[in-house]
Design a protein around this ligand. Structure first.
Ligand code: ATP
Ligand code: MG
Length: 376
């Protein structure tokens, strides 16, 4: 650490003061001892064991201090001066660190204490840097969360405003009796009703999304057979697949895949993946669900042929409210929350999900642990 001129002179003054104090102390000790020797020479002599090594006494007077004792006193004096100066130097280092800390605390979070300090002070500086880094990280995380909440509110307000405007519009027409006949009246009420249902779906999805986003959301775990569950689900979707002239089936080499999970939540995930595959696999003929198993996890993929998902959209699919441009314009009526909910549910189970897509196949693959870790 480089000392300022003021600090250097402070150290020099400290040195001189210490030397002065030591000299006064030595002199006082010498005078006291001399006095004692004169007042009670017999008593002192009685206990005079090592005395000759320090002082040569002749008669009742101290004659001289021995060279050995002078060296001893000098060493003690140097050690004391060194100790005091070192203490003062450390204090100065600390003051430097404190003033730099104040500077950082004023909002200069990118500032780093670059002065080189010796040994233990360096450890203090390192710890300060670690602390500052983690504080900055926490602040950034906080800011990110705040920003994403704002985004959420903007998206929700936008998605609610659109159907709400049209509901108000149609109800306004009815209120002002601006319809020609009953048929038109029914048409208006029907549109308002459909839009209101759309809003309900959005609000429900949003509720579900915020619920599964919390890592503390409890899972209602049960033992079940994944193959059987998927076969039931596929049966439920058969009619819809038929309407779209598509085939849907479960493909697996396992008779059963026993596992533990919250089936209600997983069904939500599969419902979305399957309905996505049917809705968005434009020009596709086939949807199939593959079940595989490794030692510890079940790997389930929902696959469909048809139009692929553009490469640049692949890593955004799981963002809330994200919808590929085409599906937006087609008005397929989704909220764009399905995959975000799916990802959170899979994560709650300690698994992960990803998507891949090419001209041949669009796949949503999830890895789920067969057993859930016991929570206390
Ligand atoms: P929601 O599921 O909430 O009703 P959504 O289906 O639009 O609405 P997600 O399920 O999150 O929302 O899907 C997000 C977007 O990803 C979809 O809008 C669609 O553009 C795209 N997508 C999802 N699955 C497929 C698929 N199998 N093939 C092509 N595009 C898909
Ligand atoms: Mg969906």
């Amino acid at each position: 650490m480089k000392l300022t001129r003021k600090e250097k002179s402070k150290l020099v003054i400290e040195g001189f003061i210490t030397i002065g104090l030591i000299l006064i102390l030595y002199y006082a000790a010498f005078v006291i001892f001399n006095r004692m020797l004169m007042d009670a020479p017999a008593m002192i002599r009685e206990y005079w064991i090592f005395g000759d090594a320090i002082i040569s006494i002749r008669g009742n007077q101290i004659i001289s201090v021995t060279p050995f004792f002078i060296i001893f006193l000098t060493i003690i004096a140097i050690a004391t001066i060194y100790w005091r100066l070192k203490r003062r130097y450390k204090q100065m280092q600390l003051n430097h660190i404190i003033s730099e800390l104040h500077y950082i605390a004023e909002g200069h979070y990118e500032h780093r204490i670059t002065t080189v300090f010796g040994d233990d002070m360096e450890k203090v500086v390192d710890s300060i840097h670690v602390l500052v880094d983690s504080t900055v990280q926490a602040m950034e995380e906080e800011r990110r969360i705040e920003q994403s909440k704002d985004e959420l509110i903007t998206n929700v307000s936008h998605d609610i405003r659109t159907p709400l405007t049209s509901i108000i519009g149609y109800l306004g027409l009815i209120e002002e009796r601006r319809y020609q006949n009953e048929e038109e009246l029914l048409k208006y009420t029907h549109t308002a009703y459909t839009k209101a249902k759309q809003m309900k779906v959005l609000v429900e999805d949003l509720f579900e999304y915020t619920k599964v986003r919390q890592t503390t959301t409890p899972l209602n775990l049960t033992q079940f057979d994944m193959v059987q569950l998927l076969e039931q689900l596929v049966a439920d979707f058969e009619l819809e697949a038929e309407k779209r002239h598509m085939e849907i089936e479960v493909i697996t080499s396992y008779e059963t895949v026993q596992m533990e999970a919250d089936t209600e939540k997983l069904v939500r995930v599969f419902n979305n993946l399957i309905s996505n595959a049917l809705k968005y696999g434009k020009g596709g003929k086939k949807v199939y669900i593959e079940v595989q198993k490794t030692g510890k996890e079940a790997i389930i993929s929902v696959n469909n042929d048809g139009a692929p998902i553009p490469e640049k959209s692949l890593n955004q699919l799981f963002d809330r409210f994200y919808r590929v441009e085409e599906s937006r314009s087609q008005e397929t009526g989704g909220t764009g929350l399905g995959l975000a909910i799916a990802q959170s549910i899979v994560a709650l189970h300690g698994g992960y999900i990803y998507a891949s897509s090419d001209d041949r196949l669009t796949r949503f693959v999830m890895h789920l642990p067969l057993k859930q870790l016991a929570v206390e």
